[in-house]
Design a protein around this ligand. Sequence first.
Ligand SMILES: Cc1cc2nc3c(=O)[nH]c(=O)nc-3n(C[C@H](O)[C@H](O)[C@H](O)COP(=O)(O)OP(=O)(O)OC[C@H]3O[C@@H](n4cnc5c(N)ncnc54)[C@H](O)[C@@H]3O)c2cc1C
Length: 379
Amino acid sequence: MKDKHFDFLILGGGLSGMQLALAIANDSFFNKYSIAVIEKDKKNRNDRNWSFWEKDHGLWDEIVFKQWDKAYFFGPNKALTFHLNNYRYKTIRSIDFYTLAKQTIESSSNIEWIEDEILEVNPPRKICKGKHTAYSANKMFDGISKSAWEHSKHPTVLQHFRGWTISSEKEVFTEDAFCMMDFRLRFEHQCSFTYILPYSSTHALVEYTFFSPETVPSQVYDQMLKNYITDQLGIEDYTIKEKEEGMIPMSTYPFHKDNQKDYLKIGTQGGWVKPSSGYSFKSTENKINKVIHNLKSNQALDKDLFKKRFLYYDRIFLRLLQEQNHRGASLFEQLYSTNSIDDIFLFLDEETTLFQEMRIMNKFEKMPFLKSLGKELMN
Ligand SMILES: Cc1cc2nc3c(=O)[nH]c(=O)nc-3n(C[C@H](O)[C@H](O)[C@H](O)COP(=O)(O)OP(=O)(O)OC[C@H]3O[C@@H](n4cnc5c(N)ncnc54)[C@H](O)[C@@H]3O)c2cc1C
């Protein structure tokens, strides 16, 4: 078996691995280092669409497929519409992101893209085995080794979903506003909703999503999508252009405990998904900025990656969703109907002050949260 050594090894060229490689490629500080990204897949398909909010302009604007400045929400009792003020909700097709990242890596003289499947990783020694090559590194960024969140006592809810990009003859979509959550069609009182990204008046991604402890049989997602499209949208004739599906852990498992000196778990397996929202595109960008800072200032790779106070809020919220899942729809209705969208985004981005957080929490019905807090304290 051949041996290859690099200064930095990035395992997995998906969202987190490619964002890290791009940040390194765009910073001349790293020109003196040898770097490799090892990925088993060709990354030449649009396997997902990433959406996120941010203020005004951002790092990815050249590949943003569509953006909105208005949103709407349907709760069990209320229909809300909101203007996003300074924020924009943006969508990127993953194929555009993969293409940009691979082109940047190809044109960089010190970063190598290696197509290989990693079969074994040894974190303390920072070595790993591929199919025909063994790799070693001074620093390893691992986006592929599974963390033990599934079997932990920490509250975990799954965000599981299936989405269809459909086109219809009829003009049914309001192109300038996306649907954050529509709880009108729920599956067995679970916290389940429809999410819609309208690309034009006849073309949209319609996604049926659950925030619940367990996945459901495959046919349930299809049935909920069909019901929503015919009953709520009133579309009889449509064509499915693209499909996507996923299962994202929303967990407060202490992912940071897997990190070691010069070995950092990144992406979903590193706990980079915001536990209470399931979003990770923008939080990955923020965490990569910190990792780059830590590398340049020779600090521990995971310094300042997690904010304890917000992990605690996430734990209480996830415990509630895990144990009283039927309350999900009304909780989100309380959140969206009593706070400004700016405050909600700021809070989910973990940028609020303690005072702002107390103000948001004060608006929720207290009893379910107190029960959940009690359970957390006993755990
Ligand atoms: C359909 C879908 C839609 C989503 N939409 C959104 C959204 O709108 N907004 C948002 O913020 N988040 C969204 N997410 C979540 C987010 O995309 C993922 O959480 C994100 O891709 C996680 O990044 P990652 O680097 O951890 O994993 P990935 O992007 O999955 O990257 C991991 C990479 O490792 C590679 N790999 C795995 N095992 C090996 C191995 N043994 N050897 C070599 N390579 C290996 C994989 O091929 C993959 O390319 C979505 C997820 C899905 C599935």
